[in-house]
Design a binder for this molecule. Structure first.
Ligand SMILES: Cc1cc2nc3c(=O)[nH]c(=O)nc-3n(C[C@H](O)[C@H](O)[C@H](O)COP(=O)(O)OP(=O)(O)OC[C@H]3O[C@@H](n4cnc5c(N)ncnc54)[C@H](O)[C@@H]3O)c2cc1C
Length: 491
């Protein structure tokens, strides 16, 4: 049986970053990935030569001196073709037909919105000042005795907005850029809301060519450092001996050994791999299958006629008959919220070839097809997807002139697609739903009751590219020590 220092289950961003970090520290790493493509939510697909992103669409805080810049410098990802989004307006929030703009940089952010809400200038300044502070303090999470984030994790994001901003419309506008998280009114911790919004306001970036460039670059570097990545290798069992994971079975009949095992899978899936473990009966494990997960996403990927729709270097966040804070509960049949993202032109022109429209989609909307597999879900499923795509396009067409006349093809994905490709529970987009009322129950740490098994990825503390990148440091710190890693990051 082949032996490694580290075996990592899953090659999502979390798995790859742990693989990179530990290879850099001289460990002999092996990553098992069930798909043929690396990256999990960073995967792309190509149709007619055009690249479509399945998950990731933009990141925040990537300007020199900002925090993701430091992390991506460490991960050797700064050389990718990043494109800064419009600093005057990286997001356009449209609420019931009226547009409001988010500008980059905290002062410009305040100045832009204060034009629309002059009487709220002071409150806007306080809000932006708070987000800036949270963003600046992020580095303190890496100090071993910091409790910096805990206080904010136990506070309600919704409660904070109610307290801080008087004008209900301004509250909705400020919350409206948050379709990359689930605005669950009674659960979302303030820290998550503040950290993600803070990073995007610092600076917002798209990647020309799609998220798989991130995964491929990390994979290439891991291999160059001597690491092994096996694709089409589905972890099927974790075997336990004397309180440790003694070996990992994959594809039902192959086995490898690792001194340490890192699981980038959803913790409930990790647990399923150990169904006969005596540890699985312990309290810690028993609560995991009962944790709630965030909603999934429906995406309409539009392939457009060449040279017809001008590229827009900002996101559009649309709300029609939809309170941004109603997300996270149940489908709203009358309303809609959608994130519209333009793919940067790859041919040097000023026109985009594809636009993605993402809207929250709940597991209850697809349970009729839960037992089906990709491409075999039947005609009713296709009709449902077609209708949902048409609703999204109708709404987007109100703001993108001539859109409907220039669509060549529509590809769609639902939470079932994510369940089947990334293995996430119920096709959840952002993993375990964190709850400020029960922070200790819903925020898992990398450590498990099994001494050589660790978790990593979006199901732990923070989701998204920034959150997962931070989490990968916390996971590896369990093996090599946080001070050691913080030094490498020059913190
Ligand atoms: C629609 C959507 C849009 C998003 N947009 C953004 C955005 O614009 N900006 C942003 O910052 N974040 C965004 N996110 C969130 C971000 O993409 C994720 O938080 C992050 O990529 C998750 O990484 P991960 O490593 O935790 O997990 P995943 O990407 O889920 O990776 C898990 C990996 O494990 C593999 N796996 C599963 N089971 C097995 C098994 N048994 N054996 C082997 N391998 C297995 C999967 O195939 C997958 O590769 C988006 C997410 C979604 C779904």
């Amino acid at each position: 049986m082949k032996k490694y220092d580290i075996v990592i289950l899953g090659s999502g961003l979390g798995g790859l970053e742990c693989g990179y970090m530990l290879s850099k520290k001289g460990y002999n790493v092996c990553i098992l990935e069930k798909n043929s493509q690396l990256g999990g939510c960073l995967q792309t697909f190509k149709r007619s030569g055009i690249t479509f992103d399945t998950g990731f669409h933009y990141v925040g805080g990537l300007k020199q001196g900002q925090f993701l810049y430091k992390l991506f410098d460490y991960f050797d990802l700064l050389g990718l073709p990043w494109l800064q989004m419009d600093e005057e307006a990286f997001a356009e929030i449209i609420i019931d037909g009226k547009s409001y703009f988010f500008a980059s940089g905290f002062e410009r952010f305040v100045a832009t919105l204060a034009k629309e809400f002059p009487s709220q200038q002071r409150q806007l300044e306080n809000y932006a000042g708070f987000l800036k502070q949270v963003g600046c303090n992020i580095e303190k999470s890496f100090s071993s005795n910091s409790n910096n984030a805990i206080d904010l994790l136990e506070q309600s994001a919704y409660g904070f907005m109610q307290k801080t901003i008087d004008d209900p419309l301004l509250r909705d506008v400020l919350s409206g850029g948050s379709l990359t998280m689930e605005l669950c009114r009674d659960k979302l911790p303030l820290y998550i809301f503040a950290q993600i919004n803070s990073s995007f306001i610092q600076s917002a970036w798209r990647l020309k060519g799609g998220g798989s460039l991130i995964a491929d670059k990390l994979g290439e570097n891991i291999r160059q450092m001597g690491g092994t990545i096996i694709t089409k290798a589905k972890a099927t069992k974790l075997l336990e001996k004397d309180g440790r994971i003694s070996s990992v079975q994959f594809n039902d009949d192959e086995h490898i050994e690792g001194k340490y095992i890192i699981s980038n899978l959803h913790p409930a899936l990790t647990l399923l791999l150990m169904d006969d473990s005596k540890f699985a009966k312990k309290m810690f494990w028993r609560r995991i299958p009962n944790l709630q997960n965030t909603y999934g996403m429906f995406t309409a990927h539009l392939q457009l006629e060449k040279g017809r729709i001008p590229y827009l270097n900002r996101n559009i966040c649309l709300y029609k008959n939809q309170d941004p804070w109603d997300c996270g509960y149940a489908p709203n049949k009358k309303g809609l919220s959608a994130l519209i993202s333009f793919q940067p032109p790859q041919d040097g022109s000023s026109y985009t070839e594809n636009i993605d429209i993402l809207t929250p989609m709940y597991w209850e909307e697809v349970t009729d097809w839960a037992s089906t597999a990709v491409e075999k879900r039947g005609d009713e499923y296709k009709v449902m997807k077609r209708q949902k795509a048409e609703t999204c396009i109708e709404l987007a067409a109100e703001y993108i002139p001539n859109l409907k006349g220039h669509i060549e093809k529509i590809y769609t994905s639902t939470p079932l697609t994510y369940r089947d490709y990334t293995g996430t529970i119920n096709g959840s987009a952002y993993g375990i739903r964190k709850d400020h009322n029960s922070m200790l129950q819903t925020m898992l740490t990398p450590q498990t009751p099994i001494s050589n098994l660790f978790f990593t990825g979006q199901n732990l503390s923070l989701h998204g590219i920034l959150g997962v990148s931070m989490t990968s440091f916390f996971t590896c710190a369990k093996i090599v020590g946080m001070e050691n890693l913080a030094k490498d990051l020059h913190l």
